[in-house]
Design a protein around this ligand. Sequence first.
Ligand SMILES: NC(=O)c1ccc[n+]([C@@H]2O[C@H](COP(=O)([O-])OP(=O)(O)OC[C@H]3O[C@@H](n4cnc5c(N)ncnc54)[C@H](OP(=O)(O)O)[C@@H]3O)[C@@H](O)[C@H]2O)c1
Length: 330
Amino acid sequence: MKAVVIRKHGGPDVLSYEVIMNPTPKKGHVIVKVDYCAVNHLDIWVRKGLPGKKVSFPHILGCDICGTLVNDSGSFKKNEKVVVYPAVESGIPRVSYSIIGAFGKYQGGYAEFIQVPQQNIIKKPSWLSDEEACALNVSYLTAWNMLERSNCKKNDIMLIWGANSGVGSASILLAKAKGIQVITVASDMKKINQAKKLGADNIIDRSKSDIGSEVLKYTKNDGVDAVIDHVGAKTWPISLNVLKVGGKILACGTTTGSDATINIREFYSKEAQIIGAYLGTKSQLVSLHKFMKLKKIRPIIDSIYKLKDARHAHEKMDNGNQFGKIVLKI
Ligand SMILES: NC(=O)c1ccc[n+]([C@@H]2O[C@H](COP(=O)([O-])OP(=O)(O)OC[C@H]3O[C@@H](n4cnc5c(N)ncnc54)[C@H](OP(=O)(O)O)[C@@H]3O)[C@@H](O)[C@H]2O)c1
């Protein structure tokens, strides 16, 4: 089969388009013909390598998959369209699960075929195209998990970092559909205009403004009920600073680094909560499908690349030039 393989960590040039052996079916697993695989920042982390995280080479990236079942499996029939829930048992003490195509034992979806545990298969939402359906399993699921756990209600105010990111754009769409007021952050006019189209109520241009003061201005100094922070070290201090008493930081990413310094006194005197989110459960993915259908929400697709052009897709994400999901057509 054709696949994009990495044989070492590095820049986009380590993504190598090759012909390799098809996966052989194992007990309790199914083979899926991959139709589309969305690119996630996680793919960048795995490509570059992270301290203490092992990958056995050659490795195939890609955790956000929509495809076609190759054989009957349980209640699923051959040729049925499916999406893949990306979390699998990690087998590592105190680590709940690992992610397909990432730092675990499963190869990912930058390939014509993939082998996944049978229980990870979910029927593809019929009202979405294949390229849209593949985009929900990681960023949208994590955004949904964070929104649910924020307990934010209609008219509550939420700060969502990175309007253009997979997680940020998903969070804006889903939060607006729940009636939450959204303040978001973007870094240029193009991204600001796109964030407006998603329905964000206030958009802060981080290339020009002091984000903390702008958020306080928009909330009349009250602060926000919750912050969705996937940016990490550089944004955590601001996220805490703009939080109102009893507010929550929902944290899922470390794009700018994982060692943040925050003011502990500020943290406890605000009775703040910091909640970590790692994807979400399979049942949350199913409830996300239902919610998006009910609210007629379609995921934001930035661009579609051919599998052989995966390195260009990575270059685009490395440069932060996307708005929404970058998808590979396999
Ligand atoms: N825990 C989980 O289960 C989970 C799931 C999904 C994603 N994640 C993590 O969440 C993060 C986002 O993932 P993604 O796929 O959505 O990434 P992405 O599409 O590549 O977006 C990265 C975002 O970070 C913003 N950013 C970068 N530097 C910044 C700074 N100094 N200040 C403010 N914003 C900054 C970018 O904004 P500009 O373009 O405006 O610079 C962009 O919006 C990644 O770290 C990823 O690993 C975790």
